[in-house]
Design a binder for this molecule. Structure first.
Ligand SMILES: Cc1cc2nc3c(=O)[nH]c(=O)nc-3n(C[C@H](O)[C@H](O)[C@H](O)COP(=O)(O)OP(=O)(O)OC[C@H]3O[C@@H](n4cnc5c(N)ncnc54)[C@H](O)[C@@H]3O)c2cc1C
Length: 202
């Protein structure tokens, strides 16, 4: 299967990126674009989080419930974004004008890839070893990692978001980072004209 964007990781950053990109698929600049999310969630740090300090989320919300409701929200509002479940990425290789992504079950190609797999070790995706460095905003004793990037861009067409981009571990930062990457991709599709997606009350 070929995609225009393949987002890897169904945690805070990945789901947020998918929601914003999904909401932008109705824009003329996104006509015919195919987006998918490898919605692996088992190792999301949200699984054990209790959220009390996030704007708009009721205090006491369990992170594991956000994972479920986020995936449902994506499916209900933007079903064009394909959710590929129970797949884990094992390898990424660079092609001319895109990437080959190998999971434990399938092989995909995509013009753009967004990595949102979190900052925990070990980093098991082969092919990106040259971009992995110690995390610059986490305690060294925690042994966290990030990918070398400039404003979320690792390599043309290859983006990173969330804690793996080098952000501190807060839910709102990870979501914002995923949303930022989505608007960068929408802007690129819109020939460089800055693009965001806002819904308005009628
Ligand atoms: C115990 C705990 C409590 C917390 N409490 C708070 C809090 O109160 N407030 C707050 O703001 N933040 C809190 N956080 C932090 C918050 O959960 C993280 O900042 C946030 O989840 C980071 O988002 P992320 O998308 O970078 O990574 P994650 O949410 O960890 O998502 C990474 C995703 O990538 C997937 N993945 C990994 N490897 C692969 C692979 N090879 N292929 C495909 N998918 C893969 C994982 O399954 C996971 O779904 C807490 C975290 C923990 C651990």
């Amino acid at each position: 299967m070929n995609f225009d964007v393949l987002i890897i990781g169904g945690g805070a950053a990945g789901l947020s990126c998918a929601l914003v990109l999904g909401s932008g698929l109705s824009k003329p600049c996104s006509d015919g674009k195919k987006v998918a999310l490898i919605a692996h969630q088992r190792s999301s740090h949200l699984s054990s989080a209790l959220l009390n300090n996030v704007l708009g989320i009721p205090a006491g919300t369990a992170g594991k419930d956000v994972l479920i409701s986020g995936s449902k929200q994506l499916q209900e509002l933007y079903p064009e974004v394909q959710q590929l479940i129970k797949e884990k990425v094992q390898e990424i290789s660079f092609l001319e004008g895109g990437f080959k992504v190998v999971t434990n079950k399938n092989t995909y190609t995509s013009k753009n890839v967004v990595l949102a797999t979190g900052y925990a070790q070990p980093f098991l995706i082969k092919g990106l070893e040259d971009y992995v460095i110690p995390h610059k905003k986490a305690k060294p004793s925690k042994d966290r990692i990030q990918l070398i990037n400039v404003d979320h861009l690792v390599y043309p067409g290859l983006y990173v978001s969330g804690t793996l981009a080098g952000h501190r571990s807060q839910y709102a930062i990870a979501c914002g980072s995923g949303a930022a990457v989505a608007t960068d991709i929408l802007t690129a599709w819109n020939c460089g004209e800055h693009t965001q997606v806002h819904d308005k009350m009628k």
